[in-house]
Design a protein around this ligand. Structure first.
Ligand SMILES: [Zn+2]
Length: 191
């Protein structure tokens, strides 16, 4: 059987991020987190993250942190790297052949990315400094772990399908045939 994988591109991703940012679930999370900054005004879109002229292919989003007058760090931008996100989705979800399920997974993935960044906004607001953040390697960074745990906790409340998708994202589990089968089962039940 010929299989065409469903693909997305950076303009789809840009559109979905804006849709989610203006949706009620993100608004609720901003309130729940006690975030006082106007998150929407901080949002920026770029293709990929650039660092010293190099393109960082696998960074999907980041909070740009700068010191302000009071010596307290503040988030000056929340950047979403739309090309990097679409690359990741096109590889990671390549086995998903059902258009609607694929679309749902893309939305979950993007909600996860947004919520993860919102946890960072909260961390900075609560006094985390850039220096403190940088004191541990990315892989075992407790602030990164906390951002994943919080984003996962909130998104898992929705339904078993969404909970499974978030679990795959957090653990970076490949979508093998058995995993795909399990996802389809959950999707059918939860729909
Ligand atoms: Zn992070």
């Amino acid at each position: 059987m010929a299989m065409h994988s469903i693909s997305t591109n950076k303009s789809n991703i840009h559109h979905i991020i804006e849709e989610e940012l203006n949706g009620s679930s993100i608004e609720n999370v901003i309130q729940q987190f006690g975030i006082t900054t106007d998150v929407l005004s901080l949002v920026k879109f770029e293709d990929y993250r650039k660092e010293d002229g190099y393109t960082i292919q696998d960074t999907l989003a980041s909070c740009i942190i700068s010191p302000n007058d009071d010596q307290v760090d503040v988030v000056s931008a929340i950047c979403f790297y739309t090309e990097a996100i679409s690359d990741k989705i096109n590889v990671y979800f390549s086995k998903i052949s059902d258009v609607y399920m694929h679309q749902k997974m893309v939305h979950i993935f993007i909600q996860f990315i947004i919520m993860h960044e919102l946890v960072h906004v909260q961390q900075i607001q609560n006094g985390l400094t850039l220096a403190e953040y940088r004191s541990t390697r990315y892989r075992d960074n407790p602030h990164e772990q906390h951002a994943n745990i919080e984003a996962q906790r909130i998104l898992s409340q929705e339904c078993n399908f969404q909970s499974k998708v978030v679990d795959l994202i957090v653990t970076n589990t490949s979508i093998t045939n058995p995993v795909h089968y399990e996802l389809r089962e959950l999707y059918t039940i939860d729909r």
